[in-house]
Design a protein around this ligand. Sequence first.
Ligand code: THU
Length: 145
Amino acid sequence: MMDYDKKLIAAALEARRVSYSPYSHFQVGAALLTGDGRIVTGCNIENAGYSPTNCAERTAFFKAVSEGIYDFSAIAIVGGAREAAQLELCAPCGVCRQVMMEFCDPKTFRILLARSEEDYQEFTLEQLLPMGFGPGNLGKERAQP
Ligand code: THU
């Protein structure tokens, strides 16, 4: 296990604590690792109108991109019902996978789905989004940091 993975999962667990999820009570935290070793976190943010709800993963991505950060190497994701005694793996939704595809190399971007700092499974974006549609399909380079 890479040492940094533990730190990233710990940051995701911390972000989950501030999940705003009064409707589903399903609390999600995400921690995004940047190319230069910074961590940007996010939680899910729900809305009485339901559809404006933002997932934890996208909160982290949009926070980073809105601060000029475009270079990402990994994301840790933790999620589960507020009252759950133990977390189960929480896979990113399709919309979040597509947002990852915009900013991350599917062959190298690592997605850590964690129950705890010690217990997690690792995937590449390509594994979770095979044949993804990205900037390359429109003849564009992925955004450079
Ligand atoms: N959710 C996330 O934040 N990330 C995921 O990967 C799956 C779902 C949120 C959205 C909503 O607030 C709640 O979990 C239930 O769907």
